[in-house]
Write a protein that binds this ligand. Sequence first.
Ligand code: CO8
Length: 262
Amino acid sequence: MAFENLLTELRGEAPLKTGWITLNRPKALNALNDALMDELGAALLAWDADDTVGCIVITGSEKAFAAGADIGAMASYGFTDVYRGDYITRNWETLKKVRKPVIAAVAGYALGGGCELAMLCDFIIAADSAKFGQPEIKLGVIPGAGGTQRLPRAVGKAKAMDMVLTARMMDAAEAERGGLVSRVVPAAALQAEVQAVADIICSQSLPSLLAAKECVNRAYEGTLADGVMFERRMFHALFATADQKEGMQAFVEKRKPAFNHR
Ligand code: CO8
């Protein structure tokens, strides 16, 4: 896949490969313009449909995961422009449609839409250089791609209010304490550490990965009773797969499973 605002590469040692998407508008600190978001949507859908890919990583540069929506591009817009054009929703829902696990590998700034993009991923692994923030208030607006909803769910109301109302940034250590990120690693080791995690994911059965992701998302977005019932039915359904037979038989025979993703 060749893009103007992204670099894409398949990596990994596991049976399934990891699709790496690197946001690549370095001169604008990976500000998210329409062209980049269109390419991101296309790259995500291509790898979600590719049977050789088990996991996707979205990353940026050492300095910035993404410094937000492209302020220059939207500075002159009026209400009708953004409302009629449904600005912001452009390809933002695409990431939610991806059924394979998506990891955000964040170094440097993840601000505004950049923080929202990272939160849309299934989990975030942060370099110790990462800085998260929703600074839209300084621009006379508010977060527009889920920041006011996902940040409180991740770090609680107090920290989210503090960040959204004052534009204060959260460093990697505070983000880990608050539950926004799953792990913090040295900046120089970010890609290797994320690939090691992705390789573990890519060693599992793909149907199980899709089911696990769907179930955890139910916990995040639905009621406990619905989520527990949904999980139980998905658990039952996985007994129809060859990978369940292989996974359990391999344990009994004290060997590694060889999943065929069926
Ligand atoms: N949009 C456009 N250009 C940007 C952006 C941005 N968000 N951020 C940085 N740049 C550009 C700068 O203009 C500069 O360009 P140039 O060299 O041509 O002057 C270049 O990137 C480097 O930036 P700085 O010189 O400012 O670098 P510093 O290291 O001094 O500062 C900061 C880094 C702190 C990250 C600073 O650039 C900054 O504050 N950026 C803006 C952060 C921000 O306000 N983000 C929120 C934007 S609004 C938003 O995201 C709404 C989300 C809605 C949903 C998403 C829809 C897509």
